[in-house]
Design a protein around this ligand. Sequence first.
Ligand code: HAM
Length: 413
Amino acid sequence: MQSLPGFRDFLPNDCAARNYIFNQWRTTARRYGFVEWDGPVLEPTELYRKKSGDEIVGQLFNFVDKGEREVSLRPELTPTLARVIAAHERGFKKPLKWFSIGQFFRYEKQQRGRLREHFQLNCDIVGESDFAADVELIALCIDTLRAFGLTEKDFVVRISDREFWTDFLRQQKLPDERWEEILQAIDKSEREPRDKTVERLGKLADPVLAILTDGGRSGKIDQLVDGLGARGLAGFVDVDVRIVRGLAYYTGTVFEVFDRAGKFRAIAGGGRYDNLIAQLSDGAVSMPALGFAMGDVVLGELLQERPAAREKMETAIRTGNTVDIYIVVAKEECRADALAHVQALRERGYRVDYPLGPEKVGRQFQAAEAAGASIALLYGDEWPQVKVKKLATREEILVPGDKILSQVDSLLK
Ligand code: HAM
């Protein structure tokens, strides 16, 4: 039996890499004063039909449950967040700064950087329309990537403003109901052959392609870049009107993060969605909001590719699954005393491993090395003394058994 296409097994080293990514995500979000939350992985399909847009609805893992409900595994978090905010906003002071780390599911064509499940860090600010929130959010996105040892040579945040395009479509007198279709064509224009884009854009092909070629300016984005410049982060951003985002609910600032060389799919994406909460609550709660999500798949590929970032990740993987102490039971008569120490050391918070059954001493030392232990404690002929071996230097000393617990800290140094 094999796993389903687009689904991953996480063997111990993969899990250590995943934990490393989650730790950096969590640490940076907390540094920015964001608090963690989560929602359910299964939601009513209607939640996504209402607002995510056709592309994501076409990729839903959806089914009818035993209670005849139409349900979907979550493809993204933003609609859930909007639903939760609409239901609970009175309980919280605004603006809210919330982050979440979870797994998402999209029935996409499996390809490099795109699977059918992936993990995302979502960071959202709710209840703040001021530009300062846009700067804060993008700064967080940049600093999250910097925490992995990535620099402005490795990635770029491409920023745009959907209003730039909606103003243009208004000037072109395009009926509102066709806006989404044109925005999607612009979003896909970099990935699709030109004739396909021209066909999708129809009568607007010439003016849109002219803007895409020459670039366009928006005073709002310039302000945003200035705000990031004041934090010393201007080198990480490019203004790029080709970014409009594939999801339907964005209303203002939009951005996507790519590797500088343009080799991979987007690492992260987000923007303002000032109307979504009102739309999902039928106008009961209206609140500006903005956020981004960063996926683990493309990020992992980029970390593997950039030497400094890879080194940092590999160190974390190496240390992620190690133990501090390995207990070598050299004589079975000593097992009970050894086990008493295993228990006492674990209770004090050390990571400790030992052989579950009789095992040759040489093999036990191999196991200690493989587990990455700093010291091995040997219980054998020397008991009631314990032979302590520092595995890095091979240095050995004898310590009275009843002094092990009080001396273990200095032995580990
Ligand atoms: P998104 O651009 O659809 O945005 O996804 C965000 C990131 O998740 C992408 O840049 C990519 O790294 C990763 N991702 C998406 N789909 C896949 C996939 N099939 N396989 C691997 N990685 C994937 C959103 O989801 C918005 N809800 C973000 C947001 C939060 N906007 C406001 N708040």
